[in-house]
Design a protein around this ligand. Structure first.
Ligand code: GLC
Length: 497
């Protein structure tokens, strides 16, 4: 990915349109905490109309692109998210709600009961996390700031670095008590790929009751809202209902999602009780891959901070450096457990069965982004990514969220088929990292063509490339800018690894 941008005028048009989306989605909201603090806060939710909070990995990806043209704004939104959402034990949750009673997105604040935890923050947040992309996104924001405002860069570093290190510490201590170098997730939503078929079997272990199913039917509004939207687009009623059901997770899944939330809240979000007892405990390959790269980024930030600090502080940072290197070394060993020689792919490890969850999805390629596969493995992964199992009718090199060969594949079903920008971005940068430049370039071009032809949708149909989900989505716009404008940043980071 050595060239800049798609050819000529069209490139400029996409960038302008992407910036417009990101600017339109930026808001100053009234932010109110559980403890009565009230202030006006600069935020950027996933889109303009629907979401009433900032999501963890959306915030990272959104500000990654904004860092290129407005690093000050990216830094402010990023810091607002981590500053207010972080728990006292370092944990960073997947949603920072702007205030109470925000129930448009289900489940809203009331379901999490985070006040049961001695570690909960003042703000309203969820009680689960999301893929830890924040480390490498922070590094990009820092680099952007350095060019424009060195004092701003230093202030950002001083606040972001220790918070993110605390978060990683939490993950390695609480979510990897066996110290194998692989951290666990407790909930499908923690993976970021909510209804991925990888969670089908672990979810079946979660008991649900008829009452819970009925409750879910009453509470969730997503299928109804989607049916209405499809009808307004001219789809006939029965067909609209059918499509909406296919596009969203099933009621049975939702009942289990909520049962898992209840399980954690009942244990006061205490990892020492949750980790051994939960029936959903998975070493997620995507989560651990982005954690690896974020660890590398924190190492770079640690070196930067060391330059700017007192002798006393330097010693502390040297200890951090040793700690981060220790995590990276452990992770390299841990990842060997996730590789399956027979199929040539990496998978998640189910802690309950001690077996790999061998479902072919885009997550299988994520170790490329961490630079962990051998060269031969990476070549084989590239062949598989380009091969018939992942190839869609569009003939473009765009990787569907789930392989066509998986029995759950459906082109409309959220993470079971559609094409999503953030995960394709991770694979494109992953190929680049592994020196597979032609593959990286092909995905990059295909993604930029996709958004310039269809717009900045939340996700896309893998065969006809129709835009799906919500329009004008922040991370789609941000990553288009990133892919168009950023030929050199990552090479520097890859050298550290
Ligand atoms: C959905 C997606 C998740 C994303 C969130 C906000 O839950 O599955 O990955 O972070 O929406 O965009």
């Amino acid at each position: 990915m050595s060239e800049k941008g798609p050819a000529g005028e069209r490139g400029k048009d996409i960038i302008k349109a992407a910036k417009d989306v990101l600017n339109a989605n930026r808001q100053i909201v009234r932010f109110k905490t559980r403890t009565g603090l009230e202030e006006r806060l600069l935020v950027r939710p996933p889109d303009k109309g629907f979401y009433e909070g900032n999501w963890l990995w959306d915030t990272g990806f959104n500000e990654l692109g904004v860092a290129i043209f407005n690093p000050k704004e990216a830094a402010e939104i990023f810091l607002n998210f981590i500053r207010f959402s972080q728990w006292r034990n370092g944990f960073i949750p997947h949603i920072l709600f702007y205030q109470k009673n925000q129930e448009r997105y289900f489940p809203g604040t009331v379901y999490w009961k985070i006040e049961r935890s001695e570690n909960c923050p003042d703000a309203y947040t969820s009680g689960i996390t999301q893929p830890p992309v924040l480390g490498f996104c922070a590094l990009r924001i820092y680099e952007g700031l350095k060019e424009k405002t060195p004092e701003g860069a230093e202030r950002f570093l001083i606040e972001a670095y220790p918070r993110l290190l605390e978060f990683h510490r939490y993950l390695f201590e609480a979510r990897d008590p066996e110290r194998v170098g692989l951290v666990s997730i407790y909930h499908p939503w923690e993976s970021g790929l909510d209804n991925s078929p990888r969670w089908q079997v672990p979810l079946l272990r979660i008991p649900t009751t008829v009452e819970q199913l009925e409750e879910i039917r009453r509470l969730r509004r997503d299928v109804g809202a989607l049916t209405e939207k499809l009808k307004s687009e001219g789809v006939e009623e029965t067909r609209a209902r059918e499509l909406a059901f296919k596009m969203r997770p099933a009621d049975e899944d939702y009942a289990r999602y909520l049962a898992l939330v209840r399980f954690m809240a009942e244990r006061d979000y205490d990892d020492e009780r949750i980790y051994p007892e939960t029936l959903f405990n998975v070493k997620d390959v995507l989560f651990n891959s982005v954690l690896y790269t974020s660890n590398e980024a924190l190492l770079v930030l640690a070196y930067e901070l060391k330059e700017k600090t007192t002798e006393e502080e330097k010693k502390k940072i040297e200890a951090d450096v040793r700690e981060l290197k220790g995590y990276l070394e452990k992770q390299r060993k841990g990842f060997k457990k996730l590789y399956d020689e027979e199929s040539g792919l990496y998978y998640d490890l189910d802690v309950k069965t001690k077996k790999l969850i061998k479902r072919k999805t885009i997550a299988c390629f994520m170790p490329l982004f961490a630079g962990l596969p051998s060269q031969a493995q990476a070549q084989r992964m590239a062949e598989i990514a380009k091969g018939p199992e992942f190839k869609s009718e569009s003939e473009k090199f765009l990787i569907p969220s789930t392989a066509k060969s998986d029995p759950s594949f459906h082109p409309l079903a959220y993470w079971r088929g559609p094409i999503w920008l953030p995960v394709n971005w991770l694979v494109a940068r992953g190929f680049e990292r592994m020196g597979l430049v032609a593959e990286a370039e092909e995905i990059r071009r295909a993604l930029l063509d996709l958004v310039s032809q269809k717009g900045f949708y939340e996700y896309f149909h893998p065969d006809n490339l129709q835009g799906l989900g919500r329009e004008n989505f922040s991370w789609t716009a941000s990553l288009a800018i990133e892919l168009n404008e950023e030929p050199n940043f990552w090479k520097k980071l890859w050298q550290v690894g």
